[in-house]
Design a protein around this ligand. Structure first.
Ligand SMILES: [Zn+2]
Length: 347
């Protein structure tokens, strides 16, 4: 679908690709393409439930968030060694670079690995190798956000954070924040108040998924109880006018992911997505890929699909890209340096 879209409007695709962009909402495990799943399975002598890459890709017919999560966790079972984490991360960073991403803030679901007895030291080491290579060879900076699984108890997240803290000094140039993801409904933000209080006291930047399948109330909870600086998704904010007014007034970035929302049934049709409406009301909307290998598109595909479905103008696309940089955790100095190297087009 997205390939057809880019052929349908190659000029717009080139324009979007050339915009300097930050990707603020991507799960590294969600960038694992079926070809890599098969490669790692072979290397690690793991038997997959699918005969071929095609079979696996055909299984990506999701009906809701849970149906996606089931296959997402099954796929990442092939990740075993530092080399696997390095190759997965490097594949994403190369792809992001080709899409004009100049800075990426990448989430990793720590517990999805520690629960399989893969130590975080292996995960971080592999990812860091690729992230440093991207910085040195591609000029692409990136940060790591340790994201916790909200369908597990808060104590499990706290244990994972403790394990990760042993790595903090070693990866202080990369690991800047914490996040909250996975099954949203029934797992409200306030379940993780102690975790976020602790992480914030340690100086971590805080984000959380909210208002994807969950209600606007979860967005309010993420802001009030977890005191996050960004909301991942935030689609439901429009159902609460007071909350929306606050999100606009405080310019809280929303890291929206149109193709993900389409594939998981958050919207039935992209033309119903509220990214453009929220942007035009003054919200700090950004566009991202979430789990691109599973949802049919990387960041340019998401920009392009949204631009076509929502009639976003070039000026609005520039505004979204600018929001992604201002909504990032880069220092003002680092952001300015990036913009000097990658200036925005004048519309
Ligand atoms: Zn996500």
């Amino acid at each position: 679908m997205t390939a057809l879209d880019s052929h349908a409007n190659p000029e717009l695709a080139v324009f979007i690709r050339r915009l300097p962009k930050a990707e603020l909402h991507v799960h590294i495990e969600g960038t694992l393409e079926p070809e890599l799943i098969f490669k790692f399975a072979r290397r690690n002598q793991i038997t997959l439930a699918y005969e071929s890459v095609e079979d696996l890709r055909n299984a990506y017919a999701f009906t809701n968030l849970q149906s996606f999560l089931d296959i997402y966790y099954a796929g990442m079972a092939v990740l075993q060694t530092q080399q696997d984490y390095r190759e997965m991360t490097w594949a994403y960073l190369q792809r992001a670079h080709a899409d004009g991403v100049v800075h990426a803030e990448i989430m990793v679901d720590g517990q999805a690995h520690t629960h399989r007895d893969i130590p975080l030291s292996t995960v971080f080491a592999g990812m860091a190798e690729a992230m440093h290579q991207a910085r040195d060879e591609l000029g692409l900076s990136s940060y790591l956000i340790l994201s916790f699984l909200r369908d597990f108890p808060e104590d499990d997240a706290l244990d994972t954070l403790e394990e990760a803290l042993a790595l903090r000094v070693q990866y202080q140039d990369l690991w800047v924040g914490v996040g909250l993801s996975s099954a949203e409904l029934g797992n409200p933000p306030e379940k993780f108040t102690r975790l976020y209080d602790y992480a914030r006291s340690l100086g971590f930047r805080c984000v959380a998924h909210a208002g994807e399948e969950g209600p606007a109330e979860y967005i309010r909870g993420a802001l009030d109880d977890l005191k996050v600086e960004r909301i991942d998704h935030g689609v439901a904010c429009e159902h609460d006018p007071t909350l929306l007014e606050r999100i606009i007034r405080e310019q809280i970035p929303l890291t929206m992911c149109p193709l993900s929302n389409l594939r998981l049934g958050v919207v039935d049709n992209l033309s119903q997505h509220n990214a453009a409406k929220l942007l035009r009301q003054g919200a700090c909307v950004t566009i991202n890929s979430d789990d691109p290998s599973y949802f049919g598109g990387y960041i340019v595909d998401n920009y392009l699909a949204a631009a076509q479905a929502l009639q976003l103008s070039k000026a609005e696309l520039v505004e979204i890209a600018k929001n992604s940089l201002s909504g990032s955790f880069l220092s003002l100095h680092a952001r300015q340096a990036l913009l000097e190297r990658h200036p925005f087009p004048v519309i």
